[in-house]
Design a protein around this ligand. Structure first.
Ligand code: HAM
Length: 423
C-alpha cells in the first residue's frame, strides 16, 4: 500500500474546521493591519534561495528539495516565502505602485528536516512582509501582529524574544571580535561549530550542544557593540512593545537560521509544543532586495508555522471549534420519492440552505441516524400519509418541535428555515 511521504500530513475532514477557523482569523487580522495577500509558485529557481537565504545556512546546505527539470534547470520547492515575495516584488515593480508594500501569505513550505512533533517536511506558514520602510515602528507592528494572532487563538504559554543584529558593518566588526574570543577555544568546539567558525561564525550561538553553550556564554555580545542607529531603533521597538503591553525578553543569542537579517530579529516561542518551541520568527532584512537585484529597499517581516501553532492550541486546549452542521437533512419516507427529494434539495441549495439526503436507499431509521451525525438543524420528512395529503413535516432538531408545511409551498419552507435559524 502506498503511504504518505514521511514528514507530510493529510489534513482530514475531521481537522479542517480548525484550519478554516485559523485562516479566517488570519485574513481578518491581516486586513485590520492593511496587508494584501500574495501567492507565489510552489517552486522557484534554486539560485533565488541560495542567494537570498545564504549558502551557509542549514536550509540551503541541507534541507532544500532541489531537483533538475527536463531542461536541466535547477528548481527548488520553496522552503520559505521571504525570498519568493521579494523576487515577485522586484519582478512586478510593486514598489512603484505602493512605496510601502504590505503583503501577507498562507502557503505550504518544504524542508527536508528530521520529522518530529511540530517538525514536518511539508508544513504551512502564514506570514507578512512589509517592504519599503526602515521605521522600527513597523518592526514593532510585526511583533504586535504575530503576537495578537497567537493571543486571539487563546495561547498563553508564549515568550517573545528579540535581538538586534545591527548593520552589516557593525556585524563585520563584531565577527572579528568574536573570532578573537573563540580563536584559542576553537578546538573545544563541536565539529559543526568549528565549521561555522570559518563559514558563519554567528550561527555558533544556535548550537544546542552544552559544551559549545558553555564556551559561547562568555563571548562578547553583538547587542553590546551596536552602531548608534541600530541601538536607537532597538530602543524604539522595545518602547513600543512596552506601550502595547507585549512582554518580551532581549535574547542576545537570537541570530536566526537565515542570513538575510539586519537589525531587529524576533521569535515567539511556546512552552506547549515540546522540543520545537518556535511558533514564529522574523525580523528586518534591509539588504535582501538589493541582493536579489532590486533597488536598495528596507524591509521587515515574519512567518509562523501553522501545524506547530495548532499543536500548541491542542495541547493548551485553547479554542473549541463548534461542530460543523448542515441546515436540513431530507428524509425520504417512501423510496419511490427519491427524485422528489432530489428536487427539493436543489431548491433549498439554490436558496443558500445547506442540505443533504440519503443516496444509499437506507431505512428511515438509518436516515435519521445520519441526520444526527451531520448535526442537521432541521429534518424534513417527505412521504407517508402526509405526503398524500400534500404536506411535509419539518422537525426542529434543537427543540423537537414539528410543523406541517404544504408540499406545494416551497417558499414557506424556505422562509421558515431562514427566519428561524438555530445557532
Ligand atoms: P523560519 O524561522 O525559518 O523563518 O520559519 C518560521 C516558522 O515556520 C518557524 O517559527 C516554525 O513555526 C515554522 N517552521 C519552520 N520549519 C518548520 C518545519 N520543518 N516544520 C514545521 N514548522 C516549521 C522563515 O521562514 C522566515 N522566512 C521568516 C521571515 C519572514 N523573516 C522575515 N520575513
Amino acid at each position: 500500500m502506498i503511504k504518505a511521504i514521511t514528514g507530510t500530513k493529510d489534513i482530514l475532514p475531521s481537522d479542517i474546521a480548525k484550519w478554516h477557523y485559523l485562516e479566517k482569523l488570519l485574513r481578518e487580522t491581516f486586513h485590520l493591519y492593511n496587508y494584501k495577500e500574495i501567492r507565489t509558485p510552489i517552486f522557484e529557481e534554486t539560485a533565488l534561495f541560495a542567494r537570498g537565504i545564504g549558502e551557509e545556512t542549514d536550509i540551503v546546505g541541507k534541507e532544500m528539495y532541489t531537483f533538475k527539470d527536463r531542461s536541466e534547470t535547477s528548481l527548488t520547492l520553496k522552503p520559505e516565502m521571504t525570498a519568493p515575495v521579494v523576487r515577485s516584488y522586484i519582478e512586478h515593480s510593486l514598489g512603484a505602485q505602493q512605496p510601502l508594500t504590505k503583503l501577507y501569505y498562507i502557503s505550504s513550505m518544504f524542508r527536508q528536516e528530521r520529522p518530529q512533533a511540530g517538525r514536518l517536511r511539508q508544513f504551512n506558514q502564514f506570514g507578512a512582509e512589509a517592504i519599503g520602510s526602515k521605521s522600527p515602528l513597523l518592526d514593532a507592528e510585526m511583533i504586535q501582529l504575530a503576537y495578537g494572532i497567537l493571543k486571539s487563538l487563546g495561547l498563553k504559554n508564549l515568550t517573545v524574544k528579540i535581538n538586534s543584529l545591527g548593520t552589516p558593518e557593525t556585524r563585520e566588526t563584531y565577527k572579528k571580535l568574536l573570532k578573537k574570543f573563540l580563536e584559542d577555544k576553537k578546538n573545544k568546539l563541536s565539529e559543526d561549530s568549528r565549521r561555522r567558525f570559518d563559514t558563519n561564525i554567528l550561527r555558533i550561538f544556535d548550537s544546542k550542544i552544552e559544551s559549545d553553550q558553555n564556551i559561547i556564554k562568555d563571548a562578547p555580545k553583538l547587542i553590546e557593540h551596536l552602531d548608534e542607529e541600530s541601538k536607537s531603533d532597538f530602543e524604539i521597538v522595545k518602547n513600543q512593545l512596552s506601550k502595547t503591553g507585549i512582554p518580551f525578553q532581549v535574547d542576545p543569542t537570537l541570530v536566526r537560521g537565515l542570513d538575510y537579517y539586519t537589525k531587529l530579529t524576533f521569535e515567539i516561542d511556546s512552552g506547549s509544543v515540546g522540543a520545537q518551541t518556535a511558533l514564529c520568527g522574523g525580523g528586518r532584512y534591509d539588504l535582501l532586495i538589493e541582493t536579489l537585484g532590486g533597488k536598495p529597499t528596507p524591509a521587515t517581516g515574519f512567518a509562523a508555522g501553522v501545524e506547530r501553532i495548532l499543536l500548541a492550541c491542542e495541547n493548551e486546549k485553547s479554542f473549541i471549534i463548534p461542530e460543523q452542521s448542515i441546515d436540513v437533512y431530507l428524509i425520504r419516507v417512501d423510496s419511490a420519492l427519491e427524485t422528489v427529494v432530489a428536487d427539493f434539495s436543489s431548491d433549498l441549495r439554490s436558496q443558500n440552505i445547506s442540505c443533504d439526503y440519503d443516496y444509499l436507499n437506507r431505512s428511515v431509521k438509518a436516515q435519521m441516524r445520519e441526520a444526527n451525525k451531520m448535526n442537521a438543524k432541521y429534518v424534513l420528512f417527505i412521504g407517508g400519509d402526509e405526503y398524500k395529503n400534500g404536506m411535509m413535516n419539518l422537525k426542529n432538531m434543537s427543540n423537537g418541535s414539528e410543523e406541517k408545511i404544504p408540499y406545494s409551498n416551497i417558499n414557506q419552507l424556505i422562509e421558515r428555515i431562514k427566519t428561524n435559524p438555530i445557532s
